[in-house]
Design a protein. Structure first.
Length: 89
């Protein structure tokens, strides 16, 4: 549903969802992403909407106009991904 809404927006936003077969495959793929990479996990810091927006726009301004989001599932993300993540705030 969100993918369709974003694609119809102005400007349209392209969204791609990729599911990975193992945590190792996910970790390898994340290493290949171009910054900014935003990692969202249940064990991570809780940011307010304002803090999240500030962090995201600061990263977009500093690192480039496209962002990749890595979203943890019910079991969270592999420890090696969480270890390298920060709020970026």
């Amino acid at each position: 549903e969100y993918t369709r809404r974003l694609a119809r927006g102005a400007p349209p936003i392209a969204v791609r969802t990729t599911l990975h077969s193992t945590p190792e495959v996910l970790a390898d793929e994340v290493l290949r992403l171009t910054p900014p990479v935003v990692i969202l996990d249940q064990e991570g810091d809780q940011l307010s909407t304002e803090e999240f927006a500030e962090m995201l726009f600061a990263r977009l301004f500093a690192e480039g106009p496209r962002a990749s989001f890595v979203v943890g599932g019910a079991g969270g993300l592999p420890p090696e991904l969480r270890a390298g993540a920060s709020t970026g705030a």
